[in-house]
Ligand binder design. Structure first.
Ligand SMILES: [Zn+2]
Length: 259
């Protein structure tokens, strides 16, 4: 075996390099956003009309989002809206969810963020009722290790500017926020990254609730958790993961990528 004497570090590096050989699928941002809606719908993020997904649009200070009134399972690349910072649709059609206002604040204060997903999935919503931070103590969920802020205070429905400032500050340098008595928010450099994080945070909450009901959650070693965080958080891994979820979604939601 040629690789028997290589260190873990070397093996990790080789694996990351080899991952670049996996071919990427070229969806447009609108298609990716519509796919994300369907992927999240299939993974328990549906809560009626609650929740918003946005990404930056080409025009400065504008973003793409769902048309208010449609469920995640009805979103297509064609029926998404482009809205300005005041949530006004650029083509004057339809309306965005008024709670999108806090997305505007996050985009303003976090220039590296290109996609935001805010939802109320069942396990996150249940965990949010206990007013405890997200506990990361299992390998798969380490992408959120020390990367999820906790907001213990519930400021009410997030349609005001105060809530926008408050949530944006709570996010800080992290990629996720657990909002007590409310839900979750993730922010990614790409749509793929945000989609993966949204799936992950709901899974982490589900695991946490299961573990809490069976005993006491034990901490994991800090250095190993950081290593796993970085290993799981590369741009390429996000794209490969997203491509898999997209293929799965397209089996039942072929209509969502029609532009
Ligand atoms: Zn909400």
């Amino acid at each position: 075996m040629q690789t028997a004497l290589l260190s873990k570090q070397q093996l990790m590096q080789t694996a990351q390099q080899n991952m670049n050989l996996i071919q990427e699928v070229n969806y447009t941002d609108r298609q990716k956003l519509a796919l994300t809606c369907r992927i999240l719908f299939d993974h328990g993020h549906d809560a009626g009309l609650a929740g918003q997904i946005t990404c930056r649009a080409e025009q400065e200070n504008s973003f793409i989002t769902q048309r208010f009134g449609l469920g995640f399972d009805e979103i297509t690349a064609a029926n998404l809206l482009v809205v300005d910072q005041d949530l006004k649709p650029l083509d004057q059609q339809g309306m965005a969810n008024p709670a999108n206002r806090f997305h505007t604040w996050i985009y303003q204060q976090h220039p590296e963020v290109n996609c935001i997903i805010h939802t109320h999935p069942t396990h996150i919503a249940a965990l949010s009722m206990l007013r405890v931070p997200l506990a990361i103590s299992q390998m798969d969920t380490c992408a959120l290790y020390e990367d999820c802020s906790f907001v213990g205070e519930w400021p009410g429905v997030p349609v005001g500017n105060e809530e926008g400032i408050f949530i944006s500050e709570a996010l800080g340098k992290n990629r996720a926020v657990l909002l007590s008595h409310h839900g979750q928010l993730v922010a990614g450099k790409s749509i793929e990254e945000a989609c993966n994080l949204a799936l992950l945070i709901e899974r982490a909450a589900r695991l946490q609730l299961l573990a809490m009901s069976a005993g006491q959650i034990q901490p994991i070693p800090h250095e190993l958790a950081k290593e796993a965080h970085d290993w799981l958080s590369t741009d390429k891994r996000n794209k490969v993961n997203f491509a898999y979820y997209a293929r799965k979604a397209l089996k039942n939601h072929q209509d969502c990528i029609e532009e």
